[in-house]
Design a binder for this molecule. Structure first.
Ligand code: ZN
Length: 313
């Protein structure tokens, strides 16, 4: 038990937070996984598959003097589908302690690698993992919890070749306010599309225009697919368009929607296409080629969306 007290007190209300943290800290330095042996020595076929998957064509990874891509470090330690990684009792205990104290949700947050020497085909791999650190209680958007970092030292022929640090957050999920079920999903607004939604708020449908080559693009993207330029401005759509294609949604039911309804791929007069609802026309009267006109519909206090009305000519 590596000096661990043999009898654990249950984490109860009487235990002060510092005492609980001290118990967590006691796991630092203890092994997280039994000494492992790489399932296969470093080998060219795995290197080739990795490079193909990553699209990495560096000449360093082929030929008689090939080395393995450094980022493959962890791949040589993986247990495969049929073998379980050999976690230690100490690591399992630490996780159980966190579970029992209510920090029973887990998310992997990041990993860091250090490379000390290149790995080459034929290198026989051994590795061991240690619980490197357990943080104090941290508040995060997910909820309050503890970061647990394990460090795996990877050796080739007994010589340290690299380290792999892997960090998880064990947390007590924050209470999320219940969302009314009948609201439409919110758009995901980010710095690449914020201008579009600002336009929608002013009842303008803005199309991006590349200032390098003049191409129009929709939906919004950070750069031009034609010339690669990141520079752009916008043009407001005239609002005229036609139904380029459409589907009628019957299933699955979703609380915010009232099927059946038509979802159209609208070709705007400017030439770009947008997916939106066709409204004001019965779902079974929507047709390819049908002229439509832009409108803005308010769905709730926060959400206005561009939609298209069928136009009778
Ligand atoms: Zn361009």
């Amino acid at each position: 038990m590596n000096g661990e007290p043999e009898v654990h007190e249950k984490s109860g209300e009487s235990e002060r937070p510092e005492e609980f943290e001290a118990r967590l800290k006691a796991y630092e330095g203890r092994p997280a996984a039994a000494t492992g042996i790489g399932r296969d020595p470093v080998n060219q076929p795995m290197i080739r598959h990795w490079c193909e998957a990553m699209g990495d064509t560096s000449p360093a990874y082929t030929g008689p003097d090939a080395i393995a891509p450094p980022t493959m470090l962890q791949a040589w330690t993986m247990a495969g589908l049929t073998r379980r990684p050999e976690r230690t009792a100490a690591y399992d205990e630490l996780l159980r302690l966190l579970d029992e104290s209510g920090h029973d949700a887990v998310v992997a947050t990041d990993c860091e690698q250090e490379y000390l020497r290149p790995l080459r085909p034929g290198d026989a791999i051994t590795f061991d993992s240690v619980i490197e650190s357990v943080s104090g209680l941290k508040s995060t958007k997910l909820g309050a919890g503890y970061f647990v970092t394990t460090r795996t030292d990877i050796r080739a022929g007994g010589e340290l070749a690299g380290t792999h640090r892997f960090r998880i957050l064990k947390y007590a999920p924050a209470q999320r306010p219940p969302r009314p079920k009948d609201l439409r999903p919110r758009p995901v607004i980010n710095r690449d599309n914020a201008g579009f939604w600002e336009g929608v708020a002013r009842h303008e449908l803005l199309i991006q225009r590349c200032t390098g080559c003049g191409d129009l693009r929709f939906p919004w993207l950070p750069g031009c697919n034609s010339c690669g330029s990141p520079e752009w401005d916008t043009v407001a759509a005239s609002g005229e368009g036609t139904v380029y294609s459409y589907v009628v949604m019957h299933h699955p039911p979703f609380p915010a929607f009232d099927p059946p309804y038509a979802v159209g791929l609208i070709e705007l007069a400017e030439g770009v296409r947008i997916v939106s609802n066709v409204v004001g026309t019965p779902y079974d009267k929507v047709r390819i080629g049908m002229p439509v006109r832009l409108d803005f519909r308010r769905y709730d206090d926060e959400l206005v969306l561009p939609v298209f009305q069928g136009v009778t000519r």
